[in-house]
Design a protein around this ligand. Structure first.
Ligand SMILES: [Zn+2]
Length: 362
């Protein structure tokens, strides 16, 4: 009964997600004006907007002008309905937890399809999802507790930012990326370097000091990526010899937390900044979009860090398999991360437990 009800709710939500996917990247309001046929402009009535069924009843055509309606609309509705139903089956209690799981599902579907269409992950959805994840953890401890949530958000974003940093360093043969003003990726790497040696608070403080120096100088202070990322690796190596106050795991953890804190704060600054001539000149090669870092932060907040690693592993595996199957088109990484995140919401924690048990660690 609950599962059937969940499917219906999901199909209706999926119908709304179609509007979000279509309008949000265009900067249009998602609630106004009412939906119209994109071909003839005729306003859609209630009969045209019954999820899945309208599309089937009118055989995938507009009732007024006969223009074909993409099969993706009913597919998104069916996918959302199916995942809402699966969530209700896996979490068979009609409580706040189920509502949060549905919210997480809806956000991931919207993000995936927008990324497929436009190669972007809108800040309103990634940061909105991050905030909802932290809120759910703080108030209802669902799906994880508060300390797992905020640390998961920072460490997950930090991990992806640093993977991106090292990959870019290889791509650019050791040359630095373009510095940001007043805050840029170079501050993420600086935070990681200082944190690996001295702890994550000092890392964040060092990045904040470097941003303050930028503001005082009115131009970016050069911080070579090879130097900062190299210092981070060296810090972890030195920590593994036990000569620092930090142990090796503490050093790595501090590095991830500090890098994530600076990446998410810097990303929020760029998101809230009024649009300027962004992107345009951005022709330097990048291994990973910064949107993926923010999506990782969102997933970390929902899952905690251990299950986030499960999500990342699923994403990389699915990306490799599907990448081989669909070689024609460059697919963005966001949908794979979303898939991994959804899988890890239900099975991540138990897979982490099983793996630790396998290693004899728990
Ligand atoms: Zn029409």
């Amino acid at each position: 009964m609950l599962v059937f009800f969940a499917f219906v709710v999901g199909a209706v939500v999926g119908s709304f997600l179609n509007v979000v996917v279509y309008r949000l990247p265009a900067g249009e309001s998602v609630v106004h004006p009412p939906s119209r046929c994109p071909s003839c402009g005729h306003r859609l009535g209630p009969l045209d907007m019954v999820p899945i069924l309208s599309w089937l009843a009118f055989r995938g055509r507009c009732r007024y002008c006969g223009a074909p309606v993409s099969a993706r609309y009913p597919l998104v509705e069916a996918l959302t309905g199916g995942l809402f139903a699966l969530a209700a089956w896996l979490h068979p209690v009609p409580d706040v937890g189920l509502l949060l799981a549905w919210g997480f599902t809806a956000l991931l579907i919207a993000l995936s399809f927008i990324d497929i269409d436009h190669y972007i992950l809108p800040d309103s959805l990634t940061y909105g999802g991050l905030a909802l994840g932290l809120l759910g953890a703080a108030i209802w401890a669902f799906p994880v507790g508060w300390s797992e949530a905020w640390q998961g958000a920072l460490a997950a974003a930090g991990l992806l930012a640093l993977i991106g940093g090292f990959a870019n360093l290889v791509l650019r043969r050791g040359a630095s990326g373009r510095p940001g003003f007043p805050v840029g990726l170079e501050h993420v790497y600086l935070a990681a370097a200082v944190a690996a040696w001295f702890g994550w608070g000092w890392g964040v403080l060092a990045a904040a000091a470097a941003v303050a120096v930028n503001l005082a100088r009115r131009r970016p202070l050069p911080l070579p990526d090879a130097l900062t990322l190299g210092a981070a690796v060296l810090g972890v190596l030195v920590a593994s010899y036990g000569v620092l106050p930090l142990g090796v795991l503490e050093s790595v953890w501090a590095m991830l937390l500090a890098a994530g804190a600076v990446a998410l704060a810097g990303g929020l600054y760029w998101a809230l900044l009024p649009e300027e001539e962004e992107e345009e000149e951005d022709e330097e090669p990048v291994a990973m979009g910064f949107g993926d870092v923010k999506l990782a932060g969102m997933l970390g907040a929902w899952l905690g860090f251990g299950p986030f690693l499960v999500a990342l592993a699923v994403a990389v595996f699915a990306g490799a398999v599907l990448g081989l199957l669909f070689r024609r088109r460059k697919l963005p990484f966001g949908p794979y991360l979303a898939l991994g995140g959804w899988v890890a919401l239900w099975w991540g924690a138990s897979w982490v437990q099983a793996y630790l048990a396998y290693l004899g660690l728990s």
